[in-house]
Design a binder for this molecule. Structure first.
Ligand code: RNT
Ligand code: ZN
Length: 418
């Protein structure tokens, strides 16, 4: 019954889109190829497995205490498998260094090796997931306010060694999976109050990065993530957007745009068609800032839609890596993955269904009323019927049906966690 309605609605949608010059099947093919890199840290509120009772530091914070967070590697893997089973398409998993398989032993950050991720590599292969990676500057006794930009050479060297090792781990992952592992570098370095050494710390960060990136690799790609400010580090961020944009352009590194890391009225979408002219690729951390970098679950809102549209309008799907980055501890965490990933996919689908050729023809002819009218009408075209078909073809729950799956998993699995 339901299947029949989905088919009917889809057929009508195909006709409606054809009328404005859009090929729905082509959009579906392209959506199928779009992988979302799921951030492992939503499953356990960015705790990781380094220390049994690790506390989150580094200017970020997960709020809420919804029961059932993943307490160990097995639980986290099970949660990822569950989340992924409710997503159409083939996706990736982004790991942080603190999620290594340390076998119950303490492995300090300057000692970590590819061997600590061999289990993840094997598991990812079994589960048809490609891995991405992140070095971890936070939640460590040596984290403080400054890591790679610390004037104390011993501390700086510790973090340089850590990050170099993370690149070697990423290289091993990329090699094993036959697809580049995207390694994100974000450090929280900053200052709570006014500093009189803004240039000095940035000089140190630049030098540390130069040292870290000195080793060339084939199977991994580096990306660098800026931020406006962290909690407790409000006055100054060493790795500001200007800093990393400059560094990325000069050194041809991937720049990560976290949608929560800008002034709230700043358009992240508009950065896409600027950056693409100067850097090889872009990495996204799709998030949802509420008043600040609050890392709420991504939803289908104008910010995310605009972002997807600018990528598709620039024909840059092959130059943009899409990852999620939020950590909401106040609701079912698996549900949080599924909502955010599906919302991101829905935004890209709508972008792919935009009647771009017609809109551009209007614009070329100075027909701005027609352009605005079609932009408005396109918002109401039946993209959701196409989305439902996408889910059906991918054998995942259609519409809100995934709610029941998550409720069942909660009943049987996560609610039993102490
Ligand atoms: C923090 C950055 C960073 C982290 C993750 C955990 O503001 O967004 O990407 O969220 O590395
Ligand atoms: Zn981020």
């Amino acid at each position: 019954m339901k299947q029949e309605f989905i088919q009917k609605a889809f057929d009508i949608a195909v006709a409606r889109y054809a009328a404005v010059g859009v090929d729905v099947e082509n959009a579906l093919t392209r959506l199928q190829e779009l992988s979302i890199s799921l951030h492992c840290w939503q499953a356990d509120d960015v705790t990781g497995f380094e220390r049994p009772d690790g506390t989150l530091s580094g200017g970020i914070q997960a709020t809420g205490n919804y029961p059932g967070k993943a307490r160990n590697l097995e639980e986290l893997r099970a949660d990822i498998v569950k989340a992924k089973s409710l997503l159409p398409g083939t996706h990736r998993l982004s790991l942080h260094e603190i999620y290594g398989d340390f076998g119950g032993k303490f492995v300090d950050r300057d000692q970590v090796e590819p061997a600590h991720f061999a289990g993840w590599i094997a598991w990812a292969k079994e589960n048809n997931l490609k891995l991405d990676f992140n070095s971890t500057s936070f939640s460590h006794p040596k984290s403080g306010d400054l890591t790679l930009a610390n004037p104390d050479k011993a501390i700086r060297d510790f973090w340089i060694e850590h990050t170099k090792r993370c690149r070697a781990i990423s290289e091993a992952m990329g090699k094993a999976q036959g697809d580049p592992c995207i390694m994100n570098l974000w450090v929280h370095d900053g200052s709570k109050d006014t500093t009189v050494n803004r240039l000095y710390y940035r000089q140190l960060l630049k030098e540390s990065l130069d040292e870290i990136f000195a080793t060339p690799y084939q199977h991994m790609r580096d990306c660098i993530e800026a931020k406006l400010f962290g909690i407790g580090l409000e006055s100054y961020t060493v790795g500001s957007y200007d800093f990393y944009l400059g560094y990325g352009v000069r050194n041809q590194k991937i720049v990560t745009l976290d949608t929560g890391h800008f002034h709230l009225t700043e358009s992240v979408a508009d950065k896409i068609p600027a950056l693409l002219l100067f850097i090889p690729e872009i990495m996204l951390h799709v998030s949802r800032p509420i008043r600040w970098d609050s890392d709420h679950v991504t939803i289908m809102n104008d910010d995310t839609l605009d972002l997807a549209k600018e990528i598709v309008r620039a024909d840059a799907l092959d130059r943009v890596h899409v990852g999620l980055d939020y950590f909401d501890a106040s609701i079912n965490r698996i549900g949080a993955y599924v909502i955010g990933a599906r919302a991101t996919q829905k935004c890209f689908l709508q972008a792919l269904l935009e009647p771009l050729a017609r809109l551009r023809a209007y614009e070329a002819h100075g027909q701005y009323f027609e352009r605005l009218a079609l932009l408005e009408e396109a918002k109401g075209l039946p993209w959701n019927a196409v989305w439902d078909m996408f889910c059906m073809r991918n054998n995942v729950p259609v519409g809100e049906d995934f709610i029941a799956d998550i409720q069942q998993y909660e009943k049987e699995v996560t609610s039993k966690r102490g």
